[in-house]
Write a protein that binds this ligand. Structure first.
Ligand code: ZN
Length: 301
């Protein structure tokens, strides 16, 4: 038997080995912002999908059979952590997929190492609050997105060590791109430092802190609590007292409330998102931040 034939014969006797160098790893992200960052870190080595659609409220995702099925074949599950995704644990259990069980490298909590804002001293859901561990919308600060990218690269490397260098290179490229853009964004935002804003839901504390704006009132009295007439009157007073020119809402927020506030005060309603993909399917995390900043700066007189 010549050498190539011998090699073939020997290979046939060995148990089939998974060719990790050829097979892409299957990544499921809980939402589109994490999907975009994971896709950039993973590059050609991964396929990434998102459980949540871009125009839906991140607080509305649920553990249900269709989600279990999505997670069953995943090598990696990337999620926000905190109480934003209390469903994530149930979804992981429901998937019966040991690769993404809590504590396994295939279970990536993107919040690891992020310093949270607005952590309450006495966490309670008694008043309907859904941010009881601190504000969970941390990915909207580009510097936190660097931490997210690092967490994802660490997880991908543990799951697929043969591609460690690819993940390192991609994460480094993501960081370089984001820092370069951030420099430009900050230059544009600085002249508008301390601009007062009103937001519908408390989704933007990390974003406004980074860019030097300030939120003077939220349309919801507490996260995910519907405003009463009395609360709307307080918001009107805050808008007038602070000379607020821009009200921010997300695509799924009640337009009647923001239209009413705009009508009473003359402030402009600007719809922005916490997720890439609302405007076009190819939108990246970086595009999202840029669009949000453009929308706010463009609406100011
Ligand atoms: Zn929230």
């Amino acid at each position: 038997m010549n050498a190539p034939l011998l090699a073939l014969a020997l290979a046939a006797l060995l148990p089939p080995q998974e060719d990790t160098a050829a097979r892409q790893i299957t990544v499921v992200a809980s939402h589109p912002a994490l999907m975009s960052i994971a896709a950039q870190v993973g590059g050609e080595r991964v396929t990434v999908t998102s459980i949540l659609e871009p125009a839906f409220d991140v607080h509305d995702a649920q553990a249900k059979p269709s989600v279990f099925a999505r997670l069953r074949d995943a090598d990696v599950f990337v999620h926000t952590g905190l109480d934003l995704e209390l469903w994530a644990d149930d979804a992981v259990k429901g998937s019966r997929n040991p690769r993404i069980a809590t504590g396994q490298p295939g279970n990536i909590d993107a919040s690891a190492g992020v310093k949270l804002l607005d952590v309450p001293e006495n966490p309670s859901r008694a008043a309907g609050d859904v941010h009881i561990y601190g504000n969970p919308h941390y990915w909207l600060d580009p510097l936190n997105a660097l931490t997210v990218a690092q967490n994802i690269a660490t997880g991908f490397t543990a799951v697929d060590p043969s591609s460690a260098q690819v993940y390192l290179d991609n994460r480094t490229a993501f960081e370089r791109d984001l820092k370069q853009r951030l420099t430009g964004w900050l230059k544009r935002a600085i002249p508008r430092k301390n601009t007062p804003l009103v937001v519908y839901h408390d989704s933007f504390p990390y974003f406004v802190r980074r860019f030097g704006f300030r939120v003077v009132a939220t349309v919801e009295p507490k996260p995910r609590v519907t405003p009463t007439q009395a609360h709307l009157l307080e918001v009107i007073q805050a808008i007038q007292a602070n000379e607020v020119k821009v009200l921010l809402r997300e695509p799924f927020h009640d337009e009647d409330a923001t239209s009413f506030l705009a009508e009473k005060t003359g402030a402009k309603v600007v719809t922005i998102s916490t997720m890439p993909g609302v405007r076009s399917a190819g939108e990246t995390y970086q595009d999202l931040i840029e669009h949000n900043l453009d929308a706010i700066l463009g609406a100011l007189p």
